[in-house]
Design a protein around this ligand. Structure first.
Ligand SMILES: O=c1ccn([C@@H]2O[C@H](COP(=O)(O)O)[C@@H](O)[C@H]2O)c(=O)[nH]1
Length: 241
């Protein structure tokens, strides 16, 4: 599998989303639809993106009781997305139920969406983990514990900061997907992100996919920012599953 960039379409105005897509219209894209756009534009937006030929990561981070997650995944599998996720902290039964739901909702002959687990959000710092969340493990150990749980529950990979990728790969193997947000070009503001990494470093650390939002979406020239990211990430060609 070739490493790739996932472009986060975090917009609440449809016009702004369309403007970005037209700026990068000649690129073969892997896009991410998160809560902000999905709660407003729903399955129709996903369908449009698939019709345009883009690969789609539906980033809804499901976290509920196993039965609810199972039923939700049955429905979401029908949208034909390539990648979807849950919070790994929902536990092994919830994650196994997510996979069962995806398998049940995928039509015969189709590939089920890959499913990954969010370990610790990239906006979480060591201090928040310890003081607010009262987790006694340090960040790396907590991330690796959740990655192991995700793997043993049948998930295809995890979301983490790129900084934790080497430890995840050591524990879970090279084939276990690592999808890493919190990516910033030099000079970009970290904003609400805590565990940030440059595209070049993320590549060196072994990330499979970097997720990039504001470094591109907030740029006055989104195409130039996308191309710069591609170059820094060392992308040889885009993949389409
Ligand atoms: O731990 C996580 C999980 C998901 N995200 C999502 O990635 C993008 C990042 O956006 P930026 O603008 O590049 O910061 C955003 O959609 C998040 O919901 C994350 O950042 N961290």
């Amino acid at each position: 599998m070739e490493p790739s960039i996932i472009l986060a379409l975090d917009f609440s105005k449809r016009q702004e989303l369309d403007h970005l897509l037209s700026a990068v219209k000649d690129e073969e894209l892997f896009v991410k639809v998160g809560m902000e756009a999905f709660y407003l534009y729903g399955p129709k937006l996903v369908d449009e993106l698939k019709q345009r030929g883009h690969s789609v990561f539906l980033d809804l981070k499901l976290h509920d009781i196993p039965n609810t997650v199972n039923k939700a995944m049955r429905g979401l599998a029908g949208l034909g997305v390539d990648l979807i996720n849950v919070h790994a902290s929902g536990g092994s039964r919830m994650m196994a139920a997510a996979i069962e739901g995806l398998e049940a909702g995928t039509s015969a002959g189709e590939k089920r969406p890959m499913c990954i687990g969010v370990t610790q959000l990239t906006s979480t710092s060591e201090e928040m983990l310890r003081k607010e969340l009262q987790i006694s493990l340090n960040m790396k150990d907590s991330v690796v514990t959740l990655a192991n749980l995700a793997k043993n529950s049948g998930l295809d990979g995890v979301v983490s900061s790129a900084l934790e990728v080497p430890m995840i790969k050591d524990a879970c193997g090279d084939e276990f997907l690592t999808v890493t947000p919190g990516i910033r070009l030099e000079g970009d503001l970290a904003g609400d992100q805590n565990r940030v990494c440059s595209p070049t470093k993320a590549r060196a650390l072994g990330s499979d996919y970097i997720v990039v939002g504001r470094s591109i979406t907030a740029s006055p020239d989104p195409l130039a920012a996308y191309v710069k990211l591609k170059t820094e990430w060392g992308m040889t060609h885009e993949i389409h599953r």
